[in-house]
Design a protein around this ligand. Structure first.
Ligand SMILES: [Zn+2]
Length: 185
C-alpha cells in the first residue's frame, strides 16, 4: 500500500493526523479509515498557503453527509462530484498518480493559477492510502459551482459544522471556515 503524500500532513507538526477533528477518535492506529481535506491558496510568490486543514473519520464524514438536504445530495450525485469523480479517480490511480494527482483539478483538468484556491482530498487508513485510491485536487471553479448549488439548509449545516470542529477559540479560522465549502463528500 502507498504511504500518505506529505501534502496531507498536518501543518501543526508536519506529521500525519492522529485524531478525528470531530469525535477525537484515533486515526493513527489504522483501525478507522479517514478523510483529510486541506484548502490552499496559490500566492504571487508561487507559494501555496494553507487556508484550512481537517481530518475526519469515516463515521463522522458519513454522519455529515446524512445531514445534507435531499436536494443537495441529489445535486452532488448528478454533478461532477458523483460518478464522474469516481471514474476519473480510478483512471488517475492507474495512471502514475504519484506524479499527476496535484498538478490539475481532477474534474476540470485546470491547473490552479495565482490567487486561486484549491482543495486536496485523500482517504487513508493509518499512514497509508485507503485501498490504493489516489488522492485528488479540486479547483476553484468546482468549489464555487458546489457552493452556488447547495440548498440553504445544507449550507447552514456545513457552517455549523465548521464552527463546531474548530471551536470558538480561533476567530480567524472560524471566519474563514464560515465561507468555505468542504468537498470531501
Ligand atoms: Zn470522527
Amino acid at each position: 500500500m502507498a504511504k500518505i503524500p506529505k501534502d496531507f500532513y498536518s501543518d501543526v507538526d508536519h506529521k500525519p493526523f492522529t485524531h478525528c477533528k470531530v469525535c477525537d477518535c484515533r486515526l493513527d492506529d489504522a483501525q478507522m479509515p479517514y478523510v483529510v481535506e486541506k484548502a490552499y491558496k496559490r500566492t504571487e510568490q508561487g507559494e501555496d498557503l494553507t487556508l484550512f486543514e481537517m481530518a475526519i473519520c469515516i463515521m463522522c464524514a458519513q454522519e455529515q453527509v446524512a445531514k445534507m438536504s435531499t436536494e443537495s445530495r441529489a445535486f452532488l450525485q448528478r454533478s461532477l462530484m458523483g460518478e464522474e469523480l469516481m471514474k476519473r479517480r480510478a483512471a488517475l490511480t492507474e495512471n502514475d498518480w504519484e506524479n499527476n494527482w496535484k498538478t490539475e483539478c481532477l474534474l476540470t483538468n485546470k491547473t490552479p493559477k495565482i490567487n486561486d484556491e484549491y482543495h486536496i482530498v485523500g482517504q487513508f487508513l493509518g499512514d497509508e492510502l485507503l485501498e490504493d485510491q489516489s488522492p485528488y485536487l479540486i479547483g476553484a471553479n468546482i468549489i464555487e459551482h458546489i457552493q452556488e448549488n447547495l440548498s440553504v439548509e445544507t449550507k447552514e449545516e456545513w457552517d455549523n459544522f465548521g464552527r463546531q470542529f474548530y471551536g470558538p477559540e480561533d476567530p480567524q479560522l472560524k471566519a474563514l471556515l464560515e465561507d468555505h465549502q468542504f468537498v470531501f463528500v
